[in-house]
Structures are given as C-alpha cells and as structure tokens.
Write a protein that binds this ligand. Structure first.
Ligand SMILES: [Mn+2]
Length: 349
C-alpha cells in the first residue's frame, strides 16, 4: 500500500535555525502551504495559531471566520487538515507548565485554549487534537508535585473527551526540551495516561522518531507499542543524531536501518488504512537560501518511498531464503539496505 502524507507549515524552511534569527522574510502560512502542496502531501498539520495567527488577541467571531477561510483555502488545493494542536508552551504565563502548572487558574486557562481546538478541528473537518506536553514536566524538579501533575493531565484530557464525544486526542511524547524531566516522556507513558482517561480508545499516541531516539528508545518499537493498543493516531518521521539537541533531521539521514524498521512496522500494521497520515516533522540543515526551502521535505518523502520498496524487497528475499539463523538474517537486512542484490541471499558468503 502507499501512504498518505502530512506536514506542518513550520516544516517549510524560513532561513532560520533554533540558534539564530531570521535571515530573510518569513512566508505566511498560506504561502507556505502553497509551496508544499505540489510535493505530494495530502494533509496539513496545524497549531491553533498556524490556523489563526495571533489567535489569543482575536474575538471568537474573527477566529471562526479565519478558520473557515483556511478550510476553503485547503479545499481549493485538495488538501485536508490532519489535526489542530494548542500551542501551550509558547505563552510566557505557561513557562512553568500549562496543563500541569501548579496554579489552578493557569491550568484552567490551558484547558480553555485546548477546548477551543475542539471547535477549530470540527471547523477544519478533522476529529483529531494533538498535545505535545512541551512544558508538562520540570526544570526544577521540586517545583511541581509529580503525582498530582499526572492527575492534572488526566483531568484535562477527560474534560475535553467529555465536552466532545467524537473528538480523538493524541499525546506526542518527548523526554526533554524545553523541560528536562517530562511527566510523559515515552509511548508507554502516553498509553498509560490514555488508559486512565474516561475514553482510552479516543486517546492515542503520535510517535516522533527524534523524540523516541532522545529517550534512548527505538522509534519503530514505540510505534509498535501504540499499534498494539490500537492507538497509534499519527507519526512524525524525522531523524536525530543520538542525544544531541532536538534536530528534526530529514528522515533516514542518520540511521537507515532505524528508518527501514519504522516503515516496516507501519507497513505491516496497514497504517493509513483507517485514514492515518504519515506525517513529517523535519527541518532544513541550518540557515539555507530560499532555494533550499523544500529540499529536506523532498528528501524525507523520497526516503519513505525508498524504504517502502526496501521493505517489500526484504520480505520477498526473506521468504525465498527459507530458514535463516539470526546472523544470516542480520546480513540479509544489511544487503537489502545496501542494494547488494544478485548475490546469494543471507550469509552464503
Ligand atoms: Mn523534534
């Protein structure tokens, strides 16, 4: 099968990296989407303020009107919205957490901002709202009660699940940045949190390859764990050089075998057959000229497609090889990745 693909407007390179300022004019969201549409994406991922810039300063009427204009804009391009995610880590008042802020009034504000995303998702014709628990952890461990904080997360999810009986929510775990101790750093935590809610089947996970690597885990197995629960609602494919800063490199750029295994696990599970998208979350390699605005996206799509073919090639060679011990199987994987075809399969050397 062939996947359907999604991407966020923040993945189009604007000439910056996280360690420097703008090096040229930043495109607006619509212009950005116009650039990615022809590359082979079927859906766009949105933060609430990608959808409606300066959303916090606008009236409900303005927000609705702008959201509807974005929906019409996507319709014209033949694109769907995959999800809407509240940008809960950006406002300065949430510097010590949004949904887990020790201040009940601030937690209430964070739930309010999340609740608005339910309506935005409906307006955009999707049923998915996403949470990256960016500041839901600590930089000063003693500043929050970790047991109570997990309870706050469950309460927040329950509020949203009860408000909208159709909506599905996902948790995108990440172990660090901008905090250094997350309350939900892995897919295991996400699934456990899901199971504590009033509607576990509507609370899934989204695996970002780099976040799994930063937790010292195998992204393919993180995906498999959520798949085994029937709750892998999305993926953010990218790559990451070990425990460096969060890099969001193009898919496969660091570890081809790890990339192969991610595509393999998705392929085997029939990921996408229930409307899921294979999402990218990739950044360009530092400040690049405008002509390189899209190349990391093209590279990543190409890598996913090559890996789909490699998975099929591998399955065929594996079936033809008959009984292999694990040393031979290991070699067959490496030969497949290197395109060492035409030679005896798996360890006849
Ligand atoms: Mn990342």
């Amino acid at each position: 099968m062939s996947f359907h693909y999604s991407v966020g407007p923040w993945n189009v390179h604007d000439g910056t990296d996280m360690f420097g300022g703008a090096t040229r004019d930043v495109l607006d969201v619509k212009e950005t989407i116009r650039h990615v549409a022809p590359l082979g994406f079927q859906a766009i991922q949105f933060h609430d303020d990608d959808l409606v810039p300066d959303i916090q300063e606008k009236s409900h009427g303005e927000i609705l009107a702008e959201t509807r204009r974005m929906r019409a804009f996507l319709d014209d391009l033949g694109l769907k919205a995959e999800f809407v995610a509240p940008r809960l880590w950006a406002p300065p008042e949430f510097r010590n957490g949004a949904l887990t802020n020790p201040d009940a009034a601030l937690r209430g504000k964070a739930i309010e901002r999340s609740r608005r995303c339910l309506e935005l998702a409906r307006e955009m014709g999707c049923d998915l709202v996403g949470f990256w628990f960016a500041r839901e952890g600590t930089v000063v461990a003693e500043s929050k009660d970790p047991v109570a904080s997990v309870g706050y997360l469950v309460e927040a999810l329950n509020t949203l699940l009860e408000e909208d009986r159709e909506i599905r929510l996902f948790i995108e775990p990440k172990p660090n940045e901008p905090i250094d101790r997350s309350f939900a750093p892995t897919m295991g935590h996400a699934m456990a949190l899901s199971s504590l809610t009033v509607a576990p089947q509507r609370v899934g996970g989204l695996v970002e390859s780099a976040h799994a690597i930063l937790a010292g885990l195998d992204p393919a197995l993180e995906m498999a764990f959520a798949l085994a629960h029937g709750r892998l609602f999305g993926v953010h494919l990218n790559d990451q050089n070990s425990l460096r800063y969060d890099q969001d490199k193009a898919f496969g750029a660091e570890n081809l075998r790890q990339a192969f295994n991610q595509v393999r696990v998705l392929h085997h599970a029939g990921f996408g057959s229930r409307g899921e998208y294979v999402g990218l979350d990739v950044k360009a390699l530092g400040p690049q000229p405008a002509s390189n605005r899209l190349q990391h996206l093209r590279n990543s799509l190409r890598m996913v497609r090559i890996m789909e073919r490699k998975v099929q090639e591998y399955e065929k060679a594996r079936a033809a090889a008959g009984n292999l011990d694990i040393e031979q199987e290991e070699l067959l994987v490496l030969e497949t990745l290197l395109g060492a075809t035409g030679e005896p399969a798996g360890g006849a050397h």
